[in-house]
Design a protein around this ligand. Structure first.
Ligand SMILES: C[S@@+](CC[C@H](N)C(=O)[O-])C[C@H]1O[C@@H](n2cnc3c(N)ncnc32)[C@H](O)[C@@H]1O
Length: 279
């Protein structure tokens, strides 16, 4: 963990390094032994993709963290009544399907996830991994036209992307570690689109970096010292590497998108509070 932290301190976006073929090979070589020892690990994406999506900033031995975080989220979301097993769910910034994984594999007696999961991302490599590893009956994956210096640079910065879904057709829109990489236009785009596709009374839940409840790394690895419009960023060279907002601005954006309520769910020492808005 100390080595992890030392490397992360000098690299503004570890995600960007995972597009380098040599770095990819090196990272993936750490999977060879664990995949042989534990069959479950061979069903999750290769290490370079897990690192691209964050996994608690661990460059090595991150499999358990990868598997647990999404399961915890779904347990909470189910308990809070945000979705049912037959719901239509949109995951924006789905990456390599970390949050789709528990839905695909969940089984208790005869109960499985029987709804529809729609994953949206800008990274074609991760979308292709998902398309090859999730059944098409319940899971679909689409590429957003947005661009990002921290991830895929092919899309257009500031482009408006319309979710490929009918109005009022979705039970839950959520994102994990997406708003933490979105500049203002893209963030507002997804708030508006989430509102459009949600059924009345349903919720949007977005993990984010809040200036009012900064992560435990604030003052050390994270300072958010540069302003770009209403966004506070860590690096001007790669602004999407880490983005934070004042909560009042997020609430205002949610209200202007049409949401009836907007609140921030915050836990002690939270890395990422959740912006929870109800249509
Ligand atoms: C930190 S990763 C989190 C991935 C996934 N939600 C998870 O928790 O495992 C951020 C993801 O957002 C995607 N992303 C970044 N900008 C995006 C945008 N404008 N639209 C959609 N996805 C975006 C990246 O490609 C990446 O997969």
């Amino acid at each position: 963990m100390k080595l992890d932290r030392a490397i992360r301190r000098v690299i503004p976006s570890a995600a960007r390094l995972t597009y380098n073929p040599l770095f990819k090979m090196l990272l993936n070589s750490f999977d060879l032994l664990p995949n042989r020892m534990f069959q479950e690990f061979s069903r999750i994406p290769p290490n370079h993709m897990r690192i691209r999506v964050g996994v608690g900033n661990r460059l090595f031995a991150n499999q358990i963290f990868y598997l647990n975080e999404a399961r915890d989220f779904w347990t909470h979301a189910f308990h809070a009544g945000l979705f049912r097993l037959d719901s239509t769910i949109v995951d924006i910034g789905c990456g390599c399907g970390r949050f789709a994984h528990p839905l695909r594999d969940y089984q208790f007696k005869y109960e499985t996830f029987s709804g529809k999961y729609i994953g949206i991302d800008i990274d074609e490599e991760m979308l292709n991994w998902c398309r090859a590893n999730f059944d098409r009956t319940r899971f679909e994956f689409h590429r957003s036209e947005h661009g990002s210096k921290a991830y895929n640079t092919k899309g257009r910065a500031g482009a408006y992307y319309e979710l490929p879904l009918e109005d009022t057709s979705v039970d839950l829109v959520f994102s994990s570690s997406l708003f933490t990489h979105l500049l203002e236009k893209e963030m507002m785009n997804y708030c508006r689109e989430s509102y459009r596709v949600l059924k009345p009374g349903c919720s949007m839940a977005m993990f984010c970096f809040s200036m009012d409840h900064p992560p435990p790394t604030f003052g050390d690895r994270h300072t958010f010292r540069f302003k770009m419009g209403n966004a506070r960023v860590e690096s001007l060279a790669v602004p999407e590497a880490a983005v934070a907002y004042e909560e009042e601005f997020l609430f205002q954006t949610a209200r202007e998108s049409g949401f009836q309520t907007a609140e921030m769910l915050v836990g002690p020492q939270d890395w990422q509070p959740v912006l929870l808005c109800k249509k």
